[in-house]
Design a protein around this ligand. Structure first.
Ligand code: ATP
Ligand code: MG
Length: 300
């Protein structure tokens, strides 16, 4: 809506993980390096964690686009499956055929598929996004898959990507065995103040912003303060703040636009809480006034 006002060719703050907008902060870059290096060097188990909306799926997509042809991948994004469904989904996402039958039948087919890939010189990688949602039984199933190996090396490398609670899950006593297998761990942090400014500038640049400064210093600071440097929140706030600046006819986003953006994004609960806070201030004088009027009319 505001794109033409700011001379932009496309929406700069959309919520899709579009690789064209990729911005690698220090910790995004490190996580990607750990993943690429870990997979190249044949590490069996890699875990990447980070806060909600910090860019884990974005890094995962980038990884998929940067892996060489020697790798074949299976990406599982909805881990709310039974054990049998999980094994089937893994094999099918690799491009293999899962036979009907028991879990063991499908596991055998997966094993055969992985052996054939290894013989053809390819390296299968299983990537589970949103792995914090995997119940312990499925995590244990994933660990069992990591046992598939030839005499020389693992048949399957595994990457688990998830929110910080995945770390807590992995430290459960029942998952100690899995936790011990993890050889590479990387964390994705929210952006710091400078990275937030560069991130916003980068997205505006990709959207055709021509490097003009579209946010005042105060506006930029307010975005950082209210988003904590979490990219998804930065996008949501910026989108609304640009809309607010546009409706004011302003060439720059100012702190008041960010404040408005943040208010419009606040959940209804927040709005309701604010309303309830005002009730005593409004209701008390009304009750007093009502009492005075009633007394005057001789009701009491
Ligand atoms: N490094 C980045 N470069 C560009 N945009 C990013 C980056 N990281 C995150 N984003 C933006 O933030 C949005 C949220 O990122 P993403 O979906 O990758 O987060 P997530 O950590 O996987 O979130 P969740 O915890 O909900 O799974 C993306 O759609 C994208 O628009
Ligand atoms: Mg994600």
């Amino acid at each position: 809506m505001y794109e033409s006002w700011f001379d932009l060719k496309e929406k700069p703050f959309s919520l899709t993980p579009d690789p064209g907008f990729l911005f690698l902060s220090d910790s995004h870059q490190k996580a990607l390096d750990h993943l690429l290096y870990g997979l190249e060097s044949g590490e069996g188990f890699i875990v990447v964690t980070g806060d909600i909306g910090v860019g884990k799926t974005t890094v995962c997509r980038t990884l998929l686009s940067r892996l060489s042809d020697r790798f074949v991948t299976s990406l599982i994004v909805n881990p709310l499956l039974t054990e049998k469904e999980l094994v089937r989904a893994i094999l099918e996402d690799f491009g293999g055929q899962a036979p009907p039958g028991t879990k063991k039948d499908i596991l055998d087919a997966l094993n055969r598929f992985l052996l054939a890939e290894a013989e053809a010189g390819r390296r299968p990688v299983l990537i589970v996004d949103e792995a914090q949602n995997l119940p312990p039984t499925l995590l244990e199933q994933v660990r069992l898959l990591s046992n598939l190996e030839t005499e020389k090396r693992k048949l399957l490398q595994i990457v688990l990507i998830g929110q910080n609670e995945l770390k807590e899950k992995l430290s459960l006593p029942s998952l100690r065995q899995l936790n011990q297998r993890v050889t590479v761990r990387a964390g994705i942090r929210p952006l710091d103040r400078k990275e937030t400014a560069r991130y916003i500038g980068h997205r505006l640049g990709v959207a055709g912003g021509g490097g003009r400064d579209l946010l005042s210093d105060g506006g930029e600071k307010a975005i950082y303060r209210r988003s904590g440097g979490v990219p998804r929140l930065i996008n949501m706030l910026c989108d609304r703040a640009f809309l607010s600046a546009y409706t004011r006819g302003s060439a720059k986003v100012e702190p008041k636009d960010v404040r408005r953006a943040s208010e419009s994004l606040a959940d209804h609960g927040g709005g309701a809480r604010r309303f309830l806070r005002w009730i005593p201030w409004v209701a008390t004088p009304l009750v007093i006034l009502g009492g005075l009027l009633a007394a005057h009319a001789g009701i009491f």
